[in-house]
Ligand binder design. Sequence first.
Ligand code: SAM
Ligand code: SF4
Length: 347
Amino acid sequence: MSLLPRPPDAVLPLADLLGGPLRDRHGRIKRKLRVSLTDRCNFRCPYCMPDSPDFMERADRLSRAGLQRLLRLFVAELGVTHLRLTGGEPLLRRDLEAVVAECGSLRALGLERISLTTNAALLARRAAALKAAGLDDLNISLDALTPDTFARLSGNREVQPVLDGIAAARAAGLPLKLNAVIVRGVNEDEILPLTRWAMAQQLPLRFIEFMPLDGRHEWSQQRVVTQAEILQHLRGEFEIDPQPRGSDPAAYFRLRGGTGAAKIGVIATVSNPFCSSCDRLRLTADGKLYPCLFSPKGVSLREPLQAGASEAELTALIRDTVWHKDAGYVAHPGYAERRIAMNSLGG
Ligand code: SAM
Ligand code: SF4
């Protein structure tokens, strides 16, 4: 079922080509760009990474100068106000602080926020430097507190470095949110412990439904723990008040009970997609623009960049690609027919 009206026109209108906000044919305006800095990762989360990842060649990655040129266009010419650096694992980039600092120079052109999504295992030693470089906030993935379950969901990694990373981010004064993907038969029994822990730490927590974007093709509808089920797990211990829906992809709920009160979020891409208000775009480390998580393929911006395309040509290509953005998961529920997995696309 599509919540979106059918596109009136398949051709980018002249007015959109000439300027104004970056808009798709469903009327959604894009303000947020997720920038994958690498497809490599120090974890092997089964819901994300293929069994035998075929990582991109470093030579195929956008150069730092190329990346900054594109980001400048997105901000100054196309109205993007929020950059989220992601991956793969962005902390594998030794030059991450420099990338953040370079993004900082775009604030004068309209950029409002620079965020990072990370597994945090390598964060402890770099949190202060990232803050100093101009990072505004972090999303940290934490799917379990129990060491065995954490190991199952990370490819045999330890949870303690992640907890150390979280502590270091807080000590550095970086605001953060926790994200937990819940997979049936693996970590439903972490829903309550994670909630209690986040509440005790006074950290915002969001649960994420398992999406059909895993590199191993192990997703099935049966393995999705839906928003309704997540809330059911919490109901035994907490009173739950739904909060008014904002522009965030998560639905929020106020919890009362246990050791106090807290707000948790659920990103219900599968059971309750938020595609009709999606304001995001994705750029891969090799410079492909994916207008949607479920886009079958990306459009290379790196090739025209390397071939000497002008700013006007690049802007027109981006506007045209975004204009043709599909309705999203609402239009094609189930597996996305494509070769790219989440570690390449950026979450
Ligand atoms: N490595 C970093 C991390 O894990 O936070 C950043 C990249 S990761 C691809 C970004 C987010 O995508 C993480 O929160 C991860 O849990 C989420 N993710 C990956 N595969 C997913 C899937 N199949 N369904 C739902 N979320 C997924
Ligand atoms: Fe790595 Fe993040 Fe994917 Fe896990 S979810 S394999 S940490 S990129």
